[in-house]
Design a protein. Structure first.
Length: 97
């Protein structure tokens, strides 16, 4: 799967226009939300909480054009809770944002 590091900024620019300060602020808010989502996955109590956190992560990623993160979050929603390999992939995807 290809990774486009500019997809998030392009999505934000399409939404708010050529406003670098606003784009930076929204990107920061997105990254904070992604970190909270990752934390929710790490601390999820049971399969239902895990799936809910994964679907929230997927929706957030989709809203910002983070295709790779969206795909991995979709996998997470269908996987066993706290799969170590999947968590590593999620962390790597977040680090690449």
């Amino acid at each position: 799967m290809a990774y486009d590091p500019g997809a998030i900024d392009a999505t934000l620019a399409a939404a708010v226009g050529d406003e670098p300060a606003l784009i930076a602020e929204l990107r920061g808010a997105f990254l904070e939300s992604v970190e909270r989502g990752l934390s929710a996955l790490e601390t999820a109590q049971g399969d239902e909480a895990w799936r809910a956190a994964a679907w929230r992560m997927r929706g957030l990623a989709a809203s910002f054009g983070a295709i790779r993160l969206m795909a991995i979050a979709t996998e997470a929603a269908e996987a066993m809770a706290h799969d170590p390999a999947l968590m590593r992939r999620l962390r790597r995807a977040v680090e690449r944002l």
